[in-house]
Design a binder for this molecule. Structure first.
Ligand code: GLV
Ligand code: MN
Ligand code: MN
Length: 398
């Protein structure tokens, strides 16, 4: 069975009228994508198991010892592209087909993972499935993580028929992990390479900025008498952009905002904006977020508003296993490149599992958008690269 048929079957799942995808964790489209995975895995004779959080693994039971894990995620951001996550899952199944066609006999099991809630599109913490599976987020903390409707992640999992108290055996059963992912930039385009290998993930995080003021009439309230949190927010968004431009190798984005009561003819009582900030260095990231926070507080003081800043999801810098990256990339001459995006691979690496990532060239570099793309010929090169990598890791000797 080919990559094209796997991809063709998954393509309509969660696709919206405008061409973008929305597969929110435990929603109908994401569950349909999960069902696609289970069916495709079972059709290949892979043993599908799930942990208490909804992370799935489909295993080619062979040899002995801890498994070589591959795979990625099937959830998406709001109005995302087709490739971020699903490319790694479909490529993993296609790579197993390729290894079998080659007559490859693994010395240890090979598993394909689907991690839940990688994007943090429903809950405020990114990579929640892999964080729960590795213990980076425990059940006590999970009980406090709620979606926009106030549903805790544990309740959402229970509603999906899962039992979070059952935990996960991922750390006991997996020896190493390789995640294939579409590149979310144009480094491979500039390097004229279809495939790359990850070197690191930038430290990054999400901070919620709650600005509170006084609701009042848009006509009857004199400009001097207002306590308008929209102004404090607006200036903070500008400050974030400026601080990221001033800092070395950094990004700052307000991509989500909620206004209360959100009426055209009323000064709002509250504006909440979410800052996504990233940098090549943890020190620079901390300084940048501190500078944005200080500017927000200063402006709130002048506007007669208040601001509270809450970190919601902070991810430290990840350095992938350099020896593993060199073993994978070296024979092929694949470039070793950094990632400004977060991945479950980073969580597993931090949990002590030797982890590598393969990137597939993205001609536009656009991601988290319907315009995300990859050429079929590069996707097929990705399947071949992943098959070679799995053969290296699951072959003999270890
Ligand atoms: C995930 O794609 C992230 O980096 O936000
Ligand atoms: Mn992803
Ligand atoms: Mn993503």
């Amino acid at each position: 069975m080919s990559f094209e048929s796997l991809w063709g079957d998954l393509a309509p799942v969660g696709r919206q009228a405008g061409g973008g995808y929305f597969r929110q964790p435990f929603g109908s489209a994401e569950r349909e994508a999960v069902a696609w995975f289970v069916e495709a895995a079972q059709a290949r004779g892979l043993a599908v198991t799930g942990d208490g959080f909804g992370n799935l693994r489909a295993t080619w039971q062979a040899g002995s010892g801890p498994a070589v894990l591959t795979g990625s995620h099937l959830d998406s951001v709001l109005d995302g592209g087709a490739y971020d996550g699903p490319l790694g899952v479909a490529s993993a199944l296609a790579a197993i087909d390729m290894l079998r066609d080659r007559g490859f006999s693994p010395s240890r099991p090979i598993s394909v993972a689907v991690f839940v809630e990688e994007e943090g599109s429903r809950f405020p913490t990114a990579c929640l499935g892999s964080r729960l599976a590795t213990g980076a987020v425990d059940l006590d903390r999970a009980a406090t993580i709620r979606d926009a409707d106030g549903v805790s992640v544990l309740d959402a999992m229970a509603d999906a028929g899962l039992d979070p108290s059952a935990g996960s055996d991922l750390l006991n059963e997996v020896g190493c992990f390789v995640e294939l992912h579409v590149e979310q930039g144009r480094t491979l385009v500039h390097r004229d390479a279809a495939i790359g290998v990850a070197e690191c993930i930038w430290p990054h995080g999400r901070w919620r900025f709650d600005f509170t003021g006084e609701a009042n009439h848009a006509g009857a309230t004199a400009m001097a008498d207002r306590r308008d949190p929209m102004l404090s927010y607006a200036m903070t968004a500008l400050a974030a952009n400026k601080q990221a431009r001033l800092a070395d190798l950094s990004r700052a984005t307000f991509g989500r905002v909620e206004v209360t009561p959100n009426g055209t003819n009323a000064i709002p009582s509250r504006v909440t904006g979410w800052l996504d900030a990233r940098s090549a260095s943890e020190e620079v990231l901390a300084q940048m977020v501190a500078a944005i926070t200080a500017q927000a507080a200063d402006r709130a003081g002048r506007d007669g508003t208040a601001v509270a800043v809450t970190p919601e999801s902070v991810s430290a810098a990840v350095d992938f296993d350099t020896g593993l990256a060199a073993r994978i990339a070296g024979p092929h001459g694949w470039p070793v490149i950094g990632s400004q995006a977060g991945h479950d691979a980073g969580i597993l690496q931090q949990a002590g599992i030797a982890t590598a990532m393969l990137f597939v060239r993205n001609p536009t570099g656009v991601s988290h958008s319907p315009a995300e793309s990859a050429e079929l010929v590069d996707c097929l090169a990705g399947v071949g690269a992943l098959a070679d990598t799995l053969a290296l890791l699951a072959g003999d000797p270890p």
